[in-house]
Design a protein around this ligand. Structure first.
Ligand code: 5GP
Length: 184
């Protein structure tokens, strides 16, 4: 794949607000598009196939791994998540900047494979605020919340490995800062 400067990795702990920031970025800059991931987790209320995720069985997901159809993949909080290669390739060739909104292990894989890509780690203002955001979202049961929170300590400890760190205090401001980083 050529033009890997057009591949932007947005990572950070679950609940930090990556999804909301991404929506804002896509609204503000039509040259940027989001890669739709595949996952084995169940859809949340309101999530749509092909829009939020491609929801796959574990069997189908593993088949895609074996056929090398993922740019990266990782297991997170008991489920598989992965970036289908073909979409990213096509969009970059069409001239788009492609955003990957992924967890830290997958982000590290992309950085290792494609050092020319740009990586941005989104930090919460504090651990307490991260917990408040995950709980307020109301999408996970207690066990899943705890898995995500305990994982976040390891994830935040990896933040120095990425090219830029941005603290998400305000969605609009965070989106603006990321767009500036991408354009520069
Ligand atoms: P959620 O279940 O909350 O939608 O996502 C859980 C975590 O998986 C989030 O940190 C999200 O960014 C990450 N994620 C979503 N898609 C992918 C992907 O394709 N690859 C990897 N490695 N992580 C992903």
């Amino acid at each position: 794949m050529k033009n890997l400067k057009r591949l932007i990795i947005l990572t950070g702990p679950s609940g930090v607000g990556k999804g909301t920031v991404v929506k804002e970025i896509l609204d503000k800059d039509k040259n940027i598009c989001l890669s739709v991931s595949a996952t084995t987790r169940n859809p949340r209320k309101g999530e749509k196939e092909g829009e939020n995720y491609y929801f796959l069985s574990e069997e189908n997901f593993k088949e895609m791994i074996n056929k090398n159809l993922f740019l990266e993949w990782a297991k997170f909080a008991g489920n598989y998540y992965g970036t289908p290669l073909s979409f990213v390739k096509d969009k970059i060739e069409d001239g788009f900047i492609v955003l990957l909104e992924i967890e830290v292990e997958g982000a590290k894989q992309i950085k290792d494979k494609f050092p020319d890509s740009l990586s941005i780690f989104i930090l919460p203002p504090s651990k307490g605020e991260l917990e408040r955001r995950i709980r307020n979202r109301g999408t996970e049961k207690e066990e899943a919340i705890n898995r995500r929170l305990s994982r976040s300590t390891y994830e935040i400890a990896s933040s120095d490995e990425f090219d830029f760190k941005v603290t998400n205090r305000d969605v609009d401001e965070t989106a603006e800062r990321i767009i500036k980083i991408i354009r520069s």
